[in-house]
Design a binder for this molecule. Structure first.
Ligand code: PLP
Length: 501
């Protein structure tokens, strides 16, 4: 393995030097060939598992001359769906499908079908789209502290958490330039915040200032304080974080932002539709929403614990003035007066319609009940992990539970769980894996089955030698600093394979 070669030779050098070596190493044909061979062999395995239907189903790389019959198409799609749904239905998957009950899905599908032609870009044709979206934003922000706030909390429906975050960061950039003349904007973001913030930094050329977390995996307030400069446009905190499910000290962080006249974004993509209800149920939930005066924007994903179909999220702002910096308008385009609130032009009004229907049909009591079930199952899982002496839980999570080990390779534990049918999330820095508990895991016996399989996994990893397949070797490689660039190449090639027929 090139991995071993690199480890032995240069991994002990300082990172700056390693980066230079890595760059130059790739220029040496012999080493470059070795790296490429290594990548190719990893890719081959990955592509095979990504494209199982190449062997079993006809591939269409060009349009069929005659259209296929609708029945035929439906039959094939039903067949593929059958193969794919049992895993998440039976609760083997971390996150991904957050509700998943048949009646709920059928209801959302019906709603989608009713509105499938709707496009909020043409709100004159579909005023219902405006009704649905305005009410989604109002219901969501009311839940997140708007009712206790004197400000005119407002927002937009977006296509997902990433779009909500990208839009908020763009908004702060444009606001700061216009109001404060900041030309070299910087954002202060804990390392545990979602990668969408790094994406925003890259897309919008906002300098990223990453902040470390403390031993509880919460953002280090002192470090944030020290990172503030006159170019800081926004500070970010998560409620909770995606990796470890911990809630940053939003109270202190947002106050720091307010004192310095900087924006503060709470990323409640994961927790927006859980934390308010967990609080009502008596869980010790710190303030994280618009109740805090320093919080100037929040993202909350309706397509996660709002139980809507994939494709909606809400980004909220403290006032309309701020929201204006998100909007796009074109007043001299020959195509007419044009304006759109989010990144997309035309959008699926049906997604907003089914999101609205999801919120309405579940209602406050429904969300509280769902949250209670999730917390109860999470408790079983947390206790079960704590009983396994080789494993430990990172931080103090509520329902997104990350765990690692000082004794065994946690990625091999993940690989064993994968073979048992589970689909967990691999995390790193530090090495761990997590399960985001959803309503799927609240079904009879699922949490117990998870712990039973996990115990078996630990025993297996302790007693058997490591194999070369699965994710463990890839995470091993990602952990080796000098090969980070190589890992990035692999990820890009992975995306290339996704698009190969
Ligand atoms: C899921 C998630 C996001 C991103 O959401 P997408 O809907 O996948 O774009 C952002 N932040 C957190 C904390 C999340 O869990």
């Amino acid at each position: 393995m090139i991995n071993e070669f690199v480890k032995r030779n240069i991994s002990k050098l300082p990172p700056q030097i390693v980066t230079i070596i890595e760059k130059n190493m790739k220029r040496i044909p012999f080493i470059n060939n070795r790296i490429n061979k290594e990548i190719d062999s990893v890719m081959e395995g990955l592509e095979e598992s990504m494209k199982p239907y190449r062997k079993t189903h006809e591939t269409f790389s060009t349009l069929p001359l005659e259209g296929r019959s609708r029945e035929d198409i439906l039959r094939e799609m039903e067949e593929l769906n059958k193969k794919e749904e049992s895993k998440w239905k039976e609760g083997y998957v971390s996150g991904a499908v957050y509700h998943g009950d048949k009646e709920h899905i059928n209801f959302l599908n019906k709603v989608y079908a009713i509105s499938s032609q709707s496009n909020p870009l043409h709100s004159d044709l579909w005023p219902s789209a405006s009704k649905y979206e305005a009410e989604i934003i109002s219901m969501t922000s009311d839940m997140l502290g708007a009712r206790y706030s004197e400000s005119d909390i407002c927002g937009c429906v977006t296509s997902g958490g990433t779009e909500s975050i990208l839009l908020a960061m763009k908004t702060y950039r444009d606001y700061a330039e216009d109001k404060k003349g900041i030309k070299k904007p910087e954002m202060i973001v804990p390392v545990t915040a979602h990668a969408a913030f790094d994406k925003a930094s890259e897309y919008f050329k906002i300098k990223m200032r990453h902040i470390p977390v403390d031993s509880n995996y919460m953002a280090d307030v002192e470090a944030v304080k020290n990172a503030i400069t006159r170019n800081t446009i926004v500070i970010v905190g998560s409620a909770p974080t995606f990796p470890h499910g911990t809630i940053d000290p939003i109270d202190d962080l947002s106050e720091l932002a307010r004192e310095n006249n900087i924006g503060f974004h709470t990323d409640a993509c994961l927790g927006g539709f859980v934390l308010p209800w967990a609080k009502k149920l008596g869980y010790d939930i710190p303030n994280f929403d618009f109740w805090l005066k320093g919080v100037t924007s929040i993202s909350a994903d309706t397509h996660k614990y709002g139980y809507a179909a994939k494709g909606t999220s809400v980004v909220m702002y403290r006032n309309e003035e701020l929201r204006h910096y998100q909007y796009f308008t074109a007043s001299d385009w020959p195509g007419g007066l044009y304006f759109s609130p989010t990144f997309a032009g035309s959008r699926a009004g049906a997604l907003s319609a089914s999101c609205w229907a999801s919120l309405l049909s579940i209602g406050e009591k429904g969300y509280i009940y769902a949250t209670k079930k999730i917390m109860d199952s999470a408790k079983i899982i947390k206790n079960g992990i704590q009983d396994i002496s080789e494993l430990y839980i990172l931080g103090k999570p509520l329902w997104v539970i990350a765990f690692g080990s000082d004794e065994i390779d946690i990625y091999r534990v993940m690989d064993f769980m994968t073979k048992k049918g589970w689909s967990l999330n691999g995390l790193h820095k530090p090495s761990c894996i997590h399960i985001a508990v959803t309503l799927r895991h609240t079904q009879e016996g699922v949490a117990q089955r998870f712990i039973k399989d996990l115990k078996e996994a630990v025993v297996d990893v302790k007693n058997k030698p490591a194999s070369q397949d699965g994710m463990a070797p890839i995470y091993g490689m990602a952990a080796t600093l000098p090969t980070r660039g190589v890992v990035s190449d692999i990820l890009k090639k992975y995306l290339d394979s996704y698009y190969r027929v």
